[in-house]
Design a protein. Sequence first.
Lengths: 336, 532
Amino acid sequence: MLRFVLYRLGVVIPTFLGVTIFAFSLIRLIPGDPIELMVGERGIEPARHAELRAQYGFDKPLVQQYAIYLGGVLEGDLGRSIVTKQPVLDEFLAVFPATVELALSAILFALVFGLPAGVLAASRRGTAADHAVMGVAITGYSMPVFWWGLLMILLFSVTLDWTPVSGRIDVLYFIEPVTGFMLIDTLLAGDRAAFVSALRHLILPAIVLGTIPLAVIARMTRSSMLEVLGEDYIRTARAKGLSRFRVIWLHALRNALIPVVTVIGLQVGLLLSGTILTETIFSWPGLGKWLVESINRRDYPVLQGGVLLVACLIIFVNLSVDLLYGLINPRIRRAQ
Amino acid sequence: MKRISLTAIVLAATVATVPAHAAKTLVFCSEGSPEGFNPSLYSSGTTFDASARNVYSRLVEFERGSTKIVPGLAESWTVSEDGLVYTFKLRKGVKFHTTSYFTPSRDFNADDVLYSFNRQWKKDHPYHKVSGGNYQYFASMGMPKLLKSIEKVDAMTVRFTLTKPEAPFIANMAMPFASIMSKEYADKMAAAKTMDKVDLLPVGTGPFQYVAYRKDAVIRYKAHPDYYEGKAKIDNLVFAITKDASVRWAKLKAGECHVMPYPNPADIEAMRKHPDINLLQQEGLNVGYLAYNVKKKPFGNVKVRQALTMAINRDAIIKAVFRGAGKVAKNPIPPTIWSYNEATKAYPYDPAAAKKLLAEAGYPKGFSTDIWAMPVQRPYNPNARRMAEMIQADWAAIGVKAKIVTYEWGEYLKRSIKNSEHTTILLGWTGDNGDPDNFLHVLLGCDGAKKGGINLARWCYKPFDDLIVQAKRTPNVAKRTALYKKAQILFKQQAPWATIAHSIVFKPVRKNVVDFRIDPFGGHVFYGVDLK
């Protein structure tokens, strides 16, 4: 197990280097100069333009710029945003908890509904229940997020007035961020009403963001369960006279979970980086919105730093998933 | 957790609406996050709304809802005979905001004025380089070359001396970049070695004071109790940052905000009919145009320019591209600006006459050219690509084959403004200070016609330039008006642009909002607004 962990960590270093080069060069490949974008149709005097480029270090050769950037990263300095002049790491830490809170809620929603739905469909293969679950799953999977989100807002927020339209909490509350997780911070502040408000704000975005993972998890659980249910030991268990409930939920599900966990791991990675649309619709002040804005403004330090941090996270999540396999299935642990 | 009021919290916990009683809180669903809170460092309207227009005041101000200049922190001012010296008498007893991070010990005075301008102007000022030190508007309004000196005559009198007579100078003093900041606060932050705080935690003399900001989520303000014109009618002002226009509209309908900017054109009809919404509208202070690069063949020929202009069906463009939210432009300045010449005649849409004119110019079979179309939505042009396609079809009818060219926005600006690669180009302008000079001299004067300048027609026509330069040097508004009216006639004859449209700005507000006025500069000013 230790060797396995060390091996995995060893692979991580070249991946990091690759990500820094990738993030650094990709944003520079996009045409457009941050200073020209800042001034827009107003234009700027060439002398002033050159002066500003020098100030931000854009006049140096790319290789030198990269070396300076990498040197900063190794010292833990990701630079400052060209636009807001704030340290990239500070900005990241301000928006990241919002995304994690949303992503975790979405995954929780997907798991709570997706797993039982998949098990149900598998155990009643070919019945109306199976078709219904799979039909809903495929619809959920194909739904364009933007449309789905607006539809939910129109129904639940505008027509029924059950949930707020957007934001993380009602504008009347002002919660000092401690952890950055609104649900936790409202509890720490000891304000129950604020907690309820934060929870109500979380419902729709979590459902919208969790819809696709829910569909994926339900489908994966179903096919994986079907495979396991055909195994000899399941027949043995049934022959032993175990109840249908015990066979399915204790014997079959545990083994069927392995591919499902992989999928969940991948989904968490996707959710962390792929919340852009959901965050835009629900005005959720998270990572996705922050990064998209930095692309639009050609805010090189923010984009480089942001991509690097997200990449680290995804690597970390994947690593955790690998380790989790070992916990679920001892044979994998030994094989390593 | 700061409690706003018990009623508010109980209400918020039960229904997601904003209570209008108890403390009056107005919620504005703003379109984005400000870049910072010092308006002299930035150029976006979003940043100006969050800082200059509600938190700061200036020596002179634009009257709310108009482009008229009225006294602000300066009670009065005088201009010398030669138009070079402006002397401002400052208002007494004006208080800066008392906030959790700064308590002022003195009232506003001349030192604050000197600090606010010298920071932007003097490269050796201790604050000059703080927060990047890029004073965009100070530079683009030509202030560094225009200013000769700024002197404190006494504690309540400031004298600006210019290097040349410049009548629009007074309008510049009402612009966001000319906001007055506290020198005492700056000194305190310098002593604490936290100079960049002055640009993040604002202290001004404006009607609202900063309380808190969460990036991409919310900005909170409260009314400045000692504002020199009296405390605002609302107690709290909240910017709920909501980037998507459909979501802003949903929030407005649900009562989660009172005012929203930039509605989707497709939602306008529904807004007009909604029982809880008032839809305000006004012509924008802007112009969208197609500039002919006269330095490139065959656009140096005035007949070609006139013919191409006459071939464009602008009414169809207003319908298809602006969906009614626009008005055909005949002059290069919008009708809301003084000196707009009502007497000029718009070029008629007349393909037959255009074809004839083109033949006279030596192109009976037409020619091939490009139309540059912006990749982004701007207030003066909601869909440049579509507009270019319509012009392309109109020109094809008179034998001119046009290829549509487009680049990413930054690249587009670079290739046109900096490199002059364009032939005909769609672009536009939103006024900065409500002065005709800001359109006519900036966009059509000889100064901007060289590479790097923003006169994209690269049109330098001496009779026209003489008029606008003379108008710039004349402080008398009546005389200036006459000069600008003449200049518009010359512009019309020479047709360096096909003027396309002025947009119409829509602003949906909830019915309980009292006396919100559309700002001609595209901003959102909440002083004077009340809630029923």
